[in-house]
Ligand binder design. Structure first.
Ligand code: DX5
Ligand code: ZN
Length: 220
């Protein structure tokens, strides 16, 4: 089973975004994670399709677009056109999640579903067969550099077992507070894709060292 590292550009130096994304690719990052926040669903306002398009121009890595927005449906087409690979919506924001996931696939993107720390994993039971990616939030979304919430590990284990039965091709991802102490716990629980912002972009020895330090903890 391959394990992936997905640097989140939320902690990148935006005065040098292109160079920093290329540095991630050169250091062996597998995906680039892009955090879209609307200032309503989460208390922060960040990036839109314009940034996704800019990142698309400097890398050929898959772009993992994490939509932390209320009512994502009207903006899906714009993100698809901007070059998103995965379009990842929160279960908490989508009352018609079945339709939303279908729309993402019709737009030519890979559908992902995300679940907040306070939301039970069982809410995903009816749609696990429809997704290419399941993302478990291990912090309350909104900001990078927060502290990992260990209580989400039981949710990771549950989803890992369900996906193995129902949809073994889908990736299981974790996002929030990943570092050299917490990554092994997530790995043990069944995570396959590790998002990290602070541990990579604020590593004292730079981006490549941050990625390598996490990669060293993964089975080859
Ligand atoms: C949190 C975002 C994360 C965040 C992770 O709302 O979804 O992707 O950038 O940051 P770290 O790795 O610093 O916890
Ligand atoms: Zn994220």
């Amino acid at each position: 089973m391959r394990r992936l590292i997905a640097p989140s550009i939320l902690s990148a130096d935006f005065t040098q975004l292109g160079q920093q994304v290329r540095a991630c690719q050169d250091a062996g990052a597998d995906w680039i994670h892009i955090d879209v926040m609307d200032g309503r669903f989460v208390p922060n306002l960040t990036m839109g399709p314009f940034i996704v398009k800019a990142v698309r121009q400097v890398t050929d890595l898959p772009l993992d677009v994490h939509l932390m927005v209320e009512t994502p449906e009207p903006m899906l087409a714009a993100f698809a056109q901007s070059g998103a690979t995965y379009l990842n919506v929160h279960i908490e924001t989508c009352p018609h999640i079945h339709r939303t996931l279908q729309t993402i696939r019709e737009l030519g993107c890979k559908p992902g579903i995300t679940v907040n720390p306070g939301t039970p994993a069982s809410q995903l039971d009816e749609i696990l067969h429809l997704v290419d990616l399941v993302l478990v939030m291990s912090v309350n979304p909104g900001f990078s550099s927060q502290t990992f919430l260990p209580e989400v590990l039981s949710k990771v284990s549950y989803l890992s077992k369900r996906l193995a039965k129902i949809n073994p091709d889908a990736w299981l991802e974790i996002d929030g507070g990943m570092n050299t102490t917490t990554l092994p716990l997530a790995l043990q629980a069944g995570v396959q894709v590790f998002v990290a912002a602070n541990a990579i972009f604020n590593h004292p020895q730079g981006i490549a060292a941050g990625i390598q330090e996490l990669r060293n903890l993964l089975p080859s």
